[in-house]
Design a protein. Structure first.
Length: 204
């Protein structure tokens, strides 16, 4: 019997995508044997606004440029194309429908674990996918492990720590640097940097 495929789902605004996102996805492949990671740019999120359709198109184009050359990385526009608000549990159900024989791994930042029980239908999220929590340097392992255990006890899901090297850069930092005319070299892939300059993004 063939082993079950393992597919990662990595949602995010990717505004813009940067090396930190790519490093997390690569580490998920290595540590948990994922055959594929699907980058899922956020569409109409419950609590966020991304400045309309034009910026959404730019975000998606930057993801496509960033993942070029890695056969394990791909992009899904499922959430972007939804007219309604996007909820994670609906996205995971749709991915499970598309990949019925796969085991899904939902990749998120460990800081999101501390708000996870306020998400819409966290019980379904835990049923539909294994959760991989990428630990960043602002959280101690013991604090993360304690929260993982709490969520396991509450929602009976499979939740694991994803070890990642520290990459102390965020999309917010990158946008701020661009507004101030500062370099973002080595923070984003070169093709993404060229796209941002060509399109004149994040200047204001």
């Amino acid at each position: 019997m063939a082993a079950q495929r393992r597919i990662g789902i990595m949602g995010g605004t990717f505004n813009p995508i940067h090396y930190g996102h790519l490093i997390i996805a690569e580490n998920a492949c290595e540590q948990y044997g994922l055959e594929q990671v699907i980058f899922m740019p956020t569409g109409r999120a419950p609590h966020k606004d991304f400045s309309g359709e034009e910026m959404t198109r730019h975000r998606c184009e930057m993801v496509k440029l960033a993942i070029q050359g890695n056969d394990k990385f791909t992009i899904s526009l499922f959430e972007v194309r939804r007219e309604q608000t996007s909820y994670t549990f609906e996205t995971l159900r749709e991915m499970q429908r598309i990949y019925p024989d796969a085991k899904l791994y939902f990749i998120l930042g460990a800081d999101s674990l501390f708000d996870f029980d306020n998400w819409y239908r966290p019980d379904i999220i835990c049923r539909e996918a294994v959760i991989l929590a990428a630990v960043r340097d602002n959280l101690t392992e013991s604090k993360v492990d304690s929260q993982i255990q709490y969520l396991k006890d509450t929602f009976h899901g499979e939740i694991h720590r994803l070890e990642t090297p520290n990459f102390n850069v965020s999309s917010k930092t990158i946008r701020a640097r661009l507004r101030h005319g500062q370099t973002i070299r080595y923070m984003v892939p070169e093709k993404v940097e060229e796209y941002i300059k060509r399109q004149g993004l994040y200047r204001e």
